[in-house]
Design a protein around this ligand. Structure first.
Ligand SMILES: Cc1cc2nc3c(=O)[nH]c(=O)nc-3n(C[C@H](O)[C@H](O)[C@H](O)COP(=O)(O)OP(=O)(O)OC[C@H]3O[C@@H](n4cnc5c(N)ncnc54)[C@H](O)[C@@H]3O)c2cc1C
Length: 168
């Protein structure tokens, strides 16, 4: 199996809201750009498999999805972004990012550059939700670096927070 990772970008409609019971609600729509990049990745994967000697390939974005080596020249017109109909093809997300993005002020973000929530200095964010947009690479190291940065700010602000005078 080849895992095709598509990079989405932050779009205003894709967000987390909170319902009347205080539960988080995820609003997410795939963009045409994501569907196109999934199709491109699937075509490349089919070529890699046939190049490696595969006799059959299962390509979720092909119609029908089963592909024989004798048909490899038809990869481009069989594997298409239009076949990406949400709910019909299994898609998962292991690199969840954003939702409490860092930025300059409450006008454009949720936290400052240290994970302090604007207007609530005692409330901190220290995980991948700090990303203002998709990282386009595996996020783990950056998440750990941001968590360390948030910890530095907590240590720095501790005195002010504890004596109630607020963060630096
Ligand atoms: C299958 C898979 C493969 C991956 N492979 C890679 C890779 O190869 N390279 C890479 O860079 N990244 C990879 N990632 C992504 C990476 O693991 C995540 O981006 C990273 O772990 C996110 O860190 P986080 O601190 O934001 O959240 P998490 O690591 O998810 O940490 C959140 C923690 O909060 C805990 N928690 C949740 N709710 C509560 C609660 N109410 N009270 C208390 N604790 C709570 C959870 O148990 C968890 O321990 C992969 C992820 C998955 C799922």
């Amino acid at each position: 199996m080849i895992l095709v990772l598509a990079c989405d970008r932050a779009t205003p409609g894709n967000r987390v809201s909170v319902d009347a019971e205080g539960r988080p609600v995820v609003h997410y729509r795939f963009t045409d750009a994501v569907a196109r990049s999934l199709a491109r990745g699937t075509r490349a994967s089919a070529r890699i498999f046939f190049g490696a000697g595969a006799l059959r390939v299962h390509a979720p974005l092909a119609r029908p999805p089963e592909f024989h080596a004798t048909e490899w020249e038809r990869i481009d017109d069989r594997i298409r972004a239009e076949h990406f109909l949400p709910g019909t093809i299994p898609v998962s997300a292991a690199h969840l990012m954003g939702g409490c993005g860092m930025g300059g002020s409450a006008a454009d973000s949720v936290t400052d550059a240290w994970g302090r929530v604007h207007g609530l200095p005692w409330l901190r964010v220290a995980d991948s939700s700090l990303f203002p947009d998709a990282l386009q690479i595996n996020p783990y190291l950056t998440v750990m670096a941001l968590a360390d940065r948030a910890a530095q700010a907590i240590r720095q602000d501790a005195g002010a927070l504890l004596d109630g005078s607020g963060a630096a």
